[in-house]
Design a protein. Structure first.
Length: 156
């Protein structure tokens, strides 16, 4: 059954509260339909899909060495506590998870938190095993480049 507008708005409000608890004041709301935040060294995005379910994606490692990434994913595939590991067409590794839109607020919060904790645990491990950059490191490098700064010129 396709959820009606009221159900989708209720799910979005529940997701917003869960994302705010996880991302704090740094939560970025995109187009009033999706959210983006940093959890530790991991960039997390969440949105309500057309079927009313909540989709979560945590960017773990960007631009890893493909052969090493495949080997690392084979070793870890059965181990994530939540979600599934994905190597996308650009070669980036993410942890993805779906939550039913009609779940309780408590479950929404618990599953968002679980994905964030697992992603933050896995990104360092995968970066060591597969090379590449953690999403936070890539984001920082791109901001520094855009501002014409280097890491050494930023305050600690």
């Amino acid at each position: 059954m396709v959820p009606d507008r009221v159900d989708r708005q209720r799910t979005l409000a529940s997701l917003r509260r869960a994302a705010r608890r996880s991302g704090g004041d740094d939560l970025c709301e995109l187009d009033r339909r999706a959210f983006l935040w940093l959890y530790g060294s991991t960039m997390v995005e969440a949105w309500v899909d057309g079927d009313g379910s909540v989709a979560l994606r945590a960017w773990l490692v960007l631009a890893p060495e493909r052969a090493r990434a495949l080997g690392a994913l084979r070793q870890l595939d059965a181990r994530p506590a939540v979600g599934r590991l994905v190597l996308d067409e650009e070669g980036d590794i993410s942890l993805e998870h779906r939550i039913p839109g009609d779940c309780t607020e408590e479950r929404m919060s618990r599953e968002v938190d679980a994905l964030c904790r697992e992603a933050d645990r896995l990104d360092d491990l995968l970066c060591r095993e597969a090379g590449g950059s953690r999403s936070l490191d890539r984001f920082q490098a791109e901001v520094e480049a855009a501002l014409g700064m280097s890491s050494s010129s930023l305050p600690n």
